[in-house]
Write a protein that binds this ligand. Structure first.
Ligand SMILES: Nc1ncnc2c1ncn2[C@@H]1O[C@H](COP(=O)(O)OP(=O)(O)OP(=O)(O)O)[C@@H](O)[C@H]1O
Length: 242
């Protein structure tokens, strides 16, 4: 399995350092939660490691493979795929078209999870119920989130970054997506989830990284991290219980 290493990276928007000289490791053998208050830099982190916003300095590595400054499509080819907090799929395309494009262009022979071989297999694996000929404009929020995951998996990633993939889902849908993420991880993919619901993190993740103001505030097993005074103060609130 592959981990992500970030060494001394900074991303600034004008005078604001959204990521501030950050050094951290995302372990290869875990489902890691990336958490922190609103504006702490989580989405910027995902944009940085996936190449949308290159860091001003420092290095991003997939294991020992430096990907700093590479174009996003090159980073995808190196093995890192992501989803978006607000699903980004053109309304007029069908499920099949959205999944087929990365499937066609993924330059890797890594196997797809769940024994999938086609876009339809991946859609089914991710729990998409509508026909693959359905246009994206007709999909529910839950199906759009599953489609984002299916599209990312079609890139045959070694590392998958999920930006709030369970936001806005019912309890039943959330349970299904938790099962899906566990299965993806069991198939050999390193997974990072950005998530605000601590009960989900406690169930799903074996490692947690807390950002605050673009810096590393804490890291470790969730039961430990979620009870740290510094994390409660900056993020969870003093009265927080799981
Ligand atoms: N494109 C941008 N231009 C200017 N400022 C930005 C941009 N993107 C993010 N920021 C700022 O950078 C900081 C970090 O934002 P980011 O979205 O990474 O935080 P976050 O932890 O993902 O927040 P949330 O939990 O609300 O999604 C915030 O202060 C935000 O306003």
């Amino acid at each position: 399995m592959t981990g992500v290493r970030v060494r001394g990276c900074t991303v600034a928007f004008g005078g604001l350092r959204a990521i501030d000289d950050l050094t951290l490791d995302i372990p290869a053998n875990a489902v890691t939660a990336l958490i922190g208050p609103n504006g702490s830099g989580k989405s910027t982190f995902v944009n940085m490691v996936s190449g949308q916003i290159p860091p001003r300095g420092g290095q991003v590595l997939l294991d020992t493979d430096a990907v700093t400054g590479l174009r996003p499509d090159r980073i995808v080819h190196k093995g890192l795929a992501r989803t978006y907090q607000v699903p980004r799929v053109p309304k007029e395309l069908t499920i099949d078209e959205v999944i087929s494009v990365p499937l066609l262009y993924a330059r890797s022979d890594r196997p797809l999870p769940g024994g999938a071989r086609s876009a339809a297999d991946l859609a089914r694996y991710c729990g998409l119920r509508p026909e693959v000929t359905t246009r994206c404009g007709r999909l529910s929020v839950s199906d759009l989130r599953r489609l984002e995951i299916a599209r990312a998996l079609a890139c045959r990633p070694r590392v998958l970054l999920l930006d709030e993939s369970m936001a806005g889902l019912s309890l039943e849908d959330t349970d299904q997506v938790i099962g899906l993420v566990r299965d993806i991880h069991a198939s050999g993919v390193t997974v990072v989830v950005i998530e605000h619901v601590m009960r989900i993190i406690a169930r799903l993740c074996s490692h947690a990284i807390v950002l605050n103001q673009g810096r590393l505030l804490a890291e470790g097993p969730p039961p430990q991290v979620l009870t740290m005074a510094s994390v409660r103060e900056a993020y969870l609130g003093k009265g927080f219980t799981l």
